[in-house]
Each structure stands twice: as C-alpha cells, then as structure tokens.
Design a protein around this ligand. Structure first.
Ligand SMILES: Nc1ncnc2c1ncn2[C@@H]1O[C@H](COP(=O)(O)OP(=O)(O)O)[C@@H](O)[C@H]1O
Ligand SMILES: [Mg+2]
Length: 334
C-alpha cells in the first residue's frame, strides 16, 4: 500500500500562498521525485503529505482514507532526514530501533526488524558502532534504516544527499534506487538536482512557485517538455533557446534545441557561427558558439574530442525532428 492523492490542496503562510490549488496522484510503489528551484515549495508539499504542516484547504488521502487531519505519526509514512539527525551517543542498533522503542514494540520484534533492516542496508557488521565511527554513506543508510523498521506505506526523502560529497551522492543515488526495487514501496523524493530526478524517478513532478509545471517519466519530460520552464530545467547542458527572426521562421516566439541535437560542420549548414569557449570532458566536448543574429552563444555537445578552436568559423545545423517550438507564453506548440 502507498497510494497518495492530493485534491485541490493549498498552503499559505499568513498572507503568502506558497501552494496554489494543486492536484496530484502518486501510485502504489512508485518512485516520485519533486524537483524545482530552491523556494518553489518542494519541502512544503512533502511536509503537507507527511502531516508536519497543515493544509490551508483541500484534501489528502492515503490508500483511499482521508488523511488531511490525521497526525503525522498515524499516517503510516516515514520521513528520512539527512544523516546528521542521528543520535551520536547511541549505537547504530539503537538508532535504527529508536522508532520501535518509542512505539513500545516488544524487544524480540525490535531485534527481528533491526536485523532485517541492517541486512537490506548492508549494516549488519556495524550495528554496535556509534554514528561517529561510520562513513557519510553508512550514516545515511542508518537514517534510512530508522525509517524501514516502521514498515511505512511510503518513504519521504527531503534532499537526503545534499550534505554528501559528489562521489558519495552518485553512490547513494544508486543505493536508494536499489532499495526501492528491493522494498517495492512508494518513495517520494525531493531534490533541486535534475540529474537526481532523471536518474531515480519513475515519475517526475516539476514545480515552479508552488505550481506543477509538468508530471511525467524522465524521458517524457526530456523528449516532450510542456513548456519552456521544463525544457530549460530538465537536461544538462541546458536546452538552447532562440527567438527573434530565427524563431519566427518556425512560426514560434521561441525555439529550443538541445546541445546534443546540433551538428557542427566547416562546409555548410543552417546557422553560421564562431567558436568561443570550449569545455573538454574527455567523453564529450561542449562548445559555446555565437551565431549571427543571437547575442547569447549556443551550447553544442559533441562526442569525444573534436578539433575546433576559439575563433573558428563553422556552420551549425539543428536536428529538425528535435526542435521544440514555444508560443509567447512559453507553452509548447505541438
Ligand atoms: N514556516 C514558513 N513560514 C513562512 N514561509 C515559509 C515557511 N516555510 C516555507 N516558507 C516559504 O514557502 C516557500 C516554499 O518553501 P520550501 O517549500 O521550503 O521550498 P523548497 O523546499 O522548494 O526550497 C518559500 O518562499 C519559503 O520562504
Ligand atoms: Mg526544501
């Protein structure tokens, strides 16, 4: 179980409405990521689902039961906090068992659940250590273990990896995805990082200023963004946007084309340009190329190493089947 439905949910802090009326359906077993820029309302939305904030209006139901006024502890959901929320003086075993002790679960039941959680999380050999004797990734797993023993209908994560270094983040991303496959339980995961959203989600919810801009699978959002905001937010390096006469030729206010959908040639093509800065990643090279009639350079992604230098005159050709057209309001024209 773990189906969550939000109907016309709003949230205001005083006079400030941070979530205008919002509808959302989260299916049992889904990995859903809320993504958007800082301050767009991701944490607020998660806290409304957890019951840590009261809705201003609207209805939240969990597995068919209206939960709007149910206190957090009774919703059957487990929030996973960042690893520094562990108790430093308690062993890993005691940290994981903490919610069970609070619920006055029998010692035998506690032992069984902690053993099982430790097995799933590869923490069996660390149960007698203190959090200070663990790596950052292990500490994060202990925090997850504390949620697992509650056997929740859904796990709620709020930027759990933001205080880990880059390599460890990649590692934990895989571990959480694997954990989702093992447990097969609904997970709602908040991040401002579109790469985390793309790599982990079954379903991404893109938010801006409390409004859902689009809901879809990672590839749906990449291939068919509904508007300029989603087009620019999903994908790295970002989609290029062109306006003015170039967009007008395509009967749009703006056209968008991703860096990987532009080819470069010295012989000829659609747009004439001049090479500026390049970024060499080894696997890829990103060229910043200024074309006639546009102030901002376009980013072009080439596989591997390509011999282009600053100041070279080149031609760019966008892939016709990968052009995105947007109207004056930023909505996609299909
Ligand atoms: N307790 C609060 N009181 C007043 N304003 C709040 C409170 N919590 C969040 N906000 C405001 O609500 C908006 C959304 O915040 P938040 O949900 O934390 O965004 P995110 O998690 O996407 O960064 C922000 O403008 C923030 O300042
Ligand atoms: Mg937040």
């Amino acid at each position: 179980m773990g189906q969550i439905t939000l109907k016309q949910v709003t949230k205001s802090f005083g006079d400030l409405q941070v979530i205008p009326p919002l509808d959302l359906e989260i299916n049992d077993g889904e990995f859903v990521v809320f993504v958007g820029p800082s301050g767009c309302g991701k944490s607020t939305l998660l806290r409304l689902i957890a019951g840590l904030e009261d809705v201003t209006s609207g209805e939240i139901s969990i597995d068919g039961q209206i939960a709007t006024d149910v206190p957090p502890a009774k919703r059957g959901l487990a929030m996973v906090f960042q690893s520094y929320a562990l108790y430093p003086h308690m062993s890993v075993r005691k940290n994981i068992a903490f919610p069970l002790r609070m619920a006055k679960t029998s010692p035998e039941e506690q032992e069984r659940k902690v053993t099982e959680a430790a097995r799933v999380l590869n923490l069996t050999d660390y149960l007698d250590r203190k959090p200070g004797q663990l790596s950052g990734g292990q500490r994060q797993r202990v925090a997850i273990g504390r949620a697992i023993v509650r056997e929740p209908a859904a796990f709620l994560f709020d930027e759990p990896l933001s205080n880990l270094d880059a390599a460890l983040r990649v590692n934990m991303r895989l571990e959480i995805s694997e954990l989702h496959q093992t447990l097969d339980t609904t997970m709602i995961y908040v991040t401002h990082d579109q790469v985390e959203a793309m790599t982990m989600a079954d379903k991404i919810v893109v938010l801006q200023a409390g409004v859902i801009e689009q809901v879809g699978s990672p590839l749906e959002l990449y291939r068919n963004p509904a508007n300029k905001f989603v087009a620019g937010f999903i994908g790295s390096p970002k989609m290029n946007f062109l306006d003015g006469s170039i967009a007008a030729e395509h009967n749009a206010a703006t056209i968008g084309v991703r860096p990987e959908h532009i080819s470069v040639s010295r012989e000829g093509g659609t747009w004439r340009g001049k090479v500026g800065v390049s970024e060499h990643l080894g696997s890829d090279t990103f060229f910043h190329i200024t074309i006639d009639g546009m102030n901002e350079p376009l980013t072009v992604r080439e596989s591997g190493e390509v011999d282009l230098r600053r100041g070279d005159e080149v031609w760019l050709t966008p892939s016709a089947s990968h052009l995105h057209r947007f109207d004056a309001k930023g909505l996609v024209i299909r």
